[in-house]
Design a protein around this ligand. Structure first.
Ligand code: MLT
Ligand code: MN
Length: 309
């Protein structure tokens, strides 16, 4: 199975359009220790021909242009992108669907909850329903992804709920402190090749690590995990926002309840941060925080990163 990181940054990208934080300035100036990153998404394939996107970022057009594996090959209208799997309805994960507009056959997989969000917004009909099917994912039920023609992809995906929050733009303050969030709002994907032993977990958003979730991850070959913030109050500290990570549905990398600590002893062979916010110092190749995550055995995803398992 092949994985290509299309984008490693959190919502807004790195640098975010209106961000004048020193991290963003370094990225904008072309500093080699601060390479720009587009918004989070990966492409997955078992044969190197048919590719499935895990989330569709607002930067998808740029990501396609920058990754030859996603270029059209045959005829006048063609795409190696055969489907999209969504982990939530966040802006940074669904707006790329609009880039896939018009009459290209695709399958879009998401929970019924997330599909209902797409159904409620008629702009998503730019994905011509005559060509694009919407496939409900049921929690904890493995499904082999299929091409639009019904060909088995060889990629088996098991969706499972993770602690999180309804998309920011769907928050309903009248519904209490969790803003009306339900189980199907945030999922992670456990991914296996039908032939082969490798499995990886894709989890770009996770609010906390309860013991049951940690057990589930134990022994995984590879995890792509939520690297949004270094510390919970980072956006407040840095003067760029008023929300904590917890409020946004993201656990932090550092600290006693953080990712380094809670995923340390789970026997996960390879651990990679993705969905990284502009303020997170692990973006910078020369920061002490980058060094700390590397010493702890983690990698920091970058656009164009290739992983095979
Ligand atoms: C998130 O991951 O919390 C969201 O992408 C935030 C946002 O939409 O700005
Ligand atoms: Mn996000």
């Amino acid at each position: 199975m092949k994985v290509r990181v299309l984008g490693a940054a959190a919502g807004g990208g790195y640098p975010q359009w209106n961000c004048n934080h020193p991290n963003s300035r370094r990225a904008r100036s072309g500093d080699p220790a601060a390479p720009q990153r587009t918004q989070s998404s990966i492409a997955v394939s078992s044969d190197g021909r048919d590719w499935f996107l895990f989330n569709a970022s607002p930067d998808l057009r740029q990501q396609i242009n920058e990754n030859e594996i996603l270029h059209p090959r045959m005829g006048l209208r063609d795409s190696p992108i055969r489907g999209v799997v969504l982990t939530n309805a966040d802006v940074d994960h669904v707006t790329g669907l609009l880039t896939l507009r018009e009459s290209q056959p695709l399958r879009v997989y998401a929970t019924r909850r997330v599909l209902s969000v797409l159904a409620a917004n008629s702009i998503f009909n730019v994905l011509n329903p005559a060509f694009v099917t919407r496939e409900p994912l049921t929690l904890d039920q493995p499904v082999e992804l299929q091409t639009p023609e019904g060909k088995a992809s060889g990629i088996v995906v098991s969706p499972f709920s993770v602690p999180g929050k309804v998309a920011l733009w769907l928050e309903d303050a009248t519904k209490g402190p969790n803003f009306g969030s339900v189980e199907e709002d945030t999922i992670a994907l456990e991914v296996r090749a039908k032939s082969g032993r490798g499995r990886f977990v894709y989890m770009p958003g996770c609010a906390e690590m309860p013991p049951a979730l940690a057990s589930r991850l134990r022994g995984t070959d590879l995890i792509f995990f939520d690297g949004t913030l270094w510390v919970d109050d980072e956006m407040i500290r840095e003067g760029v926002g008023v929300k904590t990570g917890k409020r946004m549905g993201h656990m932090s990398v550092s600290g006693p309840d953080g990712t380094l600590a809670t995923l340390r002893d789970l026997g996960i062979q390879r651990r990679i941060f993705i969905h990284i916010n502009t303020t997170n110092p692990i973006l910078l190749a020369d920061s002490a925080e980058r060094r700390a995550v590397e010493v702890a055995g983690w990698e920091v995803a970058y656009d164009g990163m290739e992983v095979e398992l």
